[in-house]
Design a protein around this ligand. Structure first.
Ligand SMILES: Cc1ncc(COP(=O)(O)O)c(C=O)c1O
Length: 402
C-alpha cells in the first residue's frame, strides 16, 4: 500500500486502465461462461443496498425477509410450496451445504456420496473438505448418469446420491425420476444440482419443450441447487440452495454467538454474505416474472439452435449432442480440439474446454451478431487448419477470401 491516499478520480482512471484486459459480456466474446451481465434493475438495486449483510440477519431482518421471499419464489418454481433455504456464494457453496446436510442426516462413520462423472468439481471439493468417499458413476450413451451404475454403487455407507439437471459440460438432465425412486427405496438423501438448469428448465417447459421431472415434484428429492447468478442474471455471488422442508436442515444450522443482531441460526458455510445480491435477485424476479424469464430463455434456446445448426454446417466440426438446454458442446474428428480452441482464443473468443470438446453457453448476453461472427471465425479457422494440412495455396486463398 502506498503512503498517501489517491483521489477518487485518479483511482477510477487507474482502474479503467488496469482492467482493460478483462473480457466483458457486451463484447459477445464470452461464449463459455454460465454467468452473464446482471440485469440493469439488479445493478441499480445492488448499488442502493450494498451494505446489507445477511451474515448478521438480526441487524437486517427486512433483508432476511426478502431472502425468505426469494427462496419461496425459487422453491415454488421448483414445484414446492414448503421449501426453505439460503442464497449463498454460488453453486459450489450450495452443493457443499447440501452434502454437509446429507452427511449430518446419517450416522455413518465412512460416508460415501454417489455422483455422475459429469458432476461439477464442487462435489470433489465437498468430498475433500468433509472426508467423504466420492464414487463417480459413468454415463450412458445420452451422457446421463447410468441408473444401474448408481444402484450398483450403493452401499451401507452411502449418504447421498447426486443427480444433475443441466450438466456443466453438455447441459444434460440426468434421469432424476429413477434416482428419486432409488433414493426412496434405500432411504438415501437425493440432491439435485440444478445450479444452471434450475432457472432454465421450468421456463423451457412453459415454452412447450418436453422437460422430464427433475425437481421437488419427485418425492425423493431432498434438496436442489439453483443459482440466480447464472440464468437468473443476478450479480455474481448469488447461489441458491433449497431444501424440501425445514425438517431437513433445522438440526444442522450453525449458531454464531457474537453477532450484533443477536443469535441467528443458518446453515451457510460463509458468515458475512451479501444482502445486496439477494435484494437484487428479488428485484429481478419481480421485474421479469415467469413471463419475462420465459422470454429470456426462449431467446437463448433459439440462439442455441441457430448456433448448433451453424456449427454442424461447417465441415470438420460437429455438436456432441443435440443441445437440450442453452449449452452446446462441439468436437472435431479431423483436428485437435485444443488447436481450434487456441485459434479461437487468438481471436478473442473464450469457450469452455473439456477433454474432447469445447463448450458454449448461450447466455442472455449473446446476440445474433455474435453468433454470426463466431461461425465465420470458426469456419475460417477450420479452413486455415485444413490449409496447413493440404498446402499453403489453399491456406492463402482462404485467407484472402476472408
Ligand atoms: C451444474 C453446476 N453446479 C455447480 C456449479 C458451481 O457453481 P459456482 O461456480 O457458482 O460455484 C456449476 C458451475 O458452472 C455448475 O455448472
Amino acid at each position: 500500500m502506498q503512503e498517501f491516499g489517491m483521489s477518487a478520480d485518479e483511482i477510477i482512471s487507474q482502474l479503467a486502465t488496469m482492467l482493460k484486459n478483462d473480457k466483458d459480456y457486451d463484447s459477445g466474446k464470452i461464449l463459455g461462461s454460465m454467468c452473464t451481465k446482471p440485469l440493469n434493475i439488479a445493478i441499480k438495486v445492488y448499488e442502493e443496498f450494498f451494505e446489507k449483510n445477511l451474515g448478521d440477519p438480526g441487524l437486517f431482518p427486512a433483508t432476511w425477509a426478502i431472502e425468505r421471499d426469494v427462496i419461496k419464489m425459487l422453491s415454488k418454481l421448483l414445484n414446492n410450496p414448503n421449501g426453505v433455504g439460503y442464497c449463498c456464494s454460488g453453486g459450489t457453496e450450495a452443493n457443499i451445504i447440501a452434502m454437509r446436510i446429507a452427511r449430518n442426516s446419517h450416522e455413518i462413520r465412512r460416508p460415501e456420496i454417489i455422483v455422475p462423472v459429469s458432476a461439477h468439481a464442487s462435489f470433489d471439493k465437498a468430498a475433500d473438505l468433509m472426508n467423504l468417499k466420492i464414487i463417480k458413476v459413468p454415463l450412458n450413451e445420452n451422457y446421463q448418469v447410468d441408473v444401474e451404475g448408481v444402484r450398483a454403487a450403493i452401499s451401507e455407507n452411502t449418504i447421498a446420491i447426486v443427480g444433475i439437471a443441466g450438466t456443466t459440460s453438455l447441459g444434460v438432465v440426468d434421469p432424476i425420476k429413477e434416482l428419486s425412486d432409488i433414493a426412496l427405496e434405500h432411504d438415501i438423501y437425493l440432491h439435485v444440482d440444478a445450479a444452471f438448469g434450475g432457472l432454465v428448465l421450468p421456463f423451457l417447459r412453459k415454452l412447450g419443450y418436453k422437460v422430464p421431472d427433475f425437481d421437488f415434484k419427485l418425492k425423493g428429492v431432498k434438496s436442489i441447487t439453483a443459482d440466480p447468478h447464472k440464468m437468473g442474471m443476478s450479480p455474481i455471488g448469488t447461489g441458491g440452495i433449497i431444501f424440501k422442508d425445514s425438517s431437513i436442515v433445522r438440526n444442522y444450522t450453525f449458531e454464531i454467538p457474537y453477532l450484533a443482531g443477536g443469535n441467528f441460526k443458518q446453515a451457510t458455510i460463509v458468515g458475512t454474505r451479501s444482502g445486496a445480491s439477494v435484494i437484487a435477485t428479488w428485484a429481478i424476479f419481480k421485474y421479469l416474472g415467469v413471463h419475462g424469464f420465459t422470454k429470456v430463455v426462449k431467446k437463448c434456446i433459439n440462439h442455441t439452435k441457430e448456433l448448433a445448426k451453424g456449427i454442424n454446417q461447417i465441415d470438420g466440426v460437429s455438436t456432441v449432442i443435440d443441445p437440450i438446454i442453452n449449452v452446446i458442446g462441439f468436437k472435431s474428428d479431423e483436428f485437435n480440439i485444443r488447436k481450434i480452441d487456441y485459434e479461437l482464443r487468438k481471436r478473442g473468443w473464450a469457450l469452455g474446454g473439456f477433454p474432447n470438446f469445447l463448450r458454449i453457453v448461450v447466455m442472455p448476453h449473446i446476440k445474433k451478431c455474435h453468433i454470426d461472427e463466431f461461425l465465420l471465425d470458426l469456419e475460417y479457422i477450420i479452413h486455415k487448419l485444413r490449409g496447413k494440412n493440404l498446402g499453403s495455396s489453399i491456406k492463402s486463398s482462404v485467407e484472402m477470401s476472408y
